[in-house]
Write a protein that binds this ligand. Structure first.
Ligand code: ATP
Ligand code: MG
Length: 257
């Protein structure tokens, strides 16, 4: 299964979802390749606290590398990932084609290929969707993000690829569009809701997926729910909860009534 993670507006949480979904799937025993397909503004490696100066897609292209060991990174979580360097500029058709010529032979080796895409509906998104089986759209619960998510939905549909649904991220439950209205706007089912969670920033600073940094964080629970929704079954390795965080939150909720 090759899943493109897309959005209309930037900065809505595509990479956060891609990294955590990949980590959960790898922990379940699936072979996962996470592709940083945001070639013009890559962030996957930096989320893992790595600066990709070598073993990159552009280096592989210039060397004509065919050995995956030359450009596939292996994160301790079990996730394999590939990334461009920060030197890759000028994304013309030929470059995008060359990147996927290197990448696609790897795909059959994996149970899941997660393509962390760029925002919008430009050429790079076209190549990401072409090389995927389906797309998931990430959005925030506000009108600019939602209507641009709708635009991406139309774009993917025009390419005759299925959209498995949308994920609402940075949900605060206050002064924002409701889940029902959001679903109505994006014209695809909302398959998950991720709360705005200050733990995310801590996990990013620690260079770890939040599902490993704090499996009981509210955002982590949302990622586990989304993984279960996508797989259509319960996870075997889902943390049981009941950690200190959980207990403190329950007490606070109880005190607040
Ligand atoms: N649920 C959340 N709670 C708190 N912070 C979040 C949450 N989701 C995302 N963030 C933060 O928002 C920022 C943007 O997230 P992310 O990089 O995943 O977005 P993106 O859609 O991949 O952006 P781009 O379009 O640039 O690729 C990051 O700093 C991330 O840590
Ligand atoms: Mg991103």
């Amino acid at each position: 299964m090759k899943l493109a993670v897309l959005s209309g507006k930037g900065g809505v949480g595509k990479t956060l979802l891609s990294i955590n979904l990949s980590t959960i799937l790898a922990q379940e025993g699936y072979k996962v390749l996470l592709v940083d397909a945001n070639f013009s503004a890559p962030t996957v490696a930096t989320y893992f606290r790595t600066v990709p100066n070598t073993h990159t897609l552009d280096e592989a292209m210039s060397k004509g590398a065919v050995n995956p060991n030359e450009f596939v990174w292996i994160h301790p979580s079990g996730v394999h990932f590939v990334t461009p360097s920060f030197n890759l500029v000028g994304l013309d058709d030929q470059t995008l084609q060359n990147i996927f010529t290197i990448l696609t032979p790897l795909f059959p080796n994996y149970d899941f290929v997660i393509l962390d895409g760029p925002a919008g509906v430009e050429k790079d998104v076209y190549y990401t969707v072409t090389n995927s089986d389906a797309a998931i759209i990430v959005t925030n619960p506000n009108y600019p993000a939602l209507y641009n998510a709708l635009k991406v939905n139309y774009f993917v549909q025009a390419m005759r690829k299925p959209v498995v649904g949308a994920v609402l991220n940075m949900v605060t439950g206050k002064d924002e569009v409701s889940r029902e209205e959001a679903q109505h706007i994006v014209e695809t089912p909302i398959i998950g809701e991720i709360p705005y969670d200050p733990e995310v920033k801590k996990a990013v600073n620690a260079g770890q997926p939040i599902v490993l940094y704090n499996p009981n964080a509210r955002a982590s629970k949302a990622f586990y729910d989304i993984a279960e929704a996508l797989l259509g079954k319960k996870l075997q390795k889902r943390p049981k909860g009941g950690g200190l965080d959980d207990i403190v939150r329950k007490i606070v909720q109880w005190l607040l009534g």
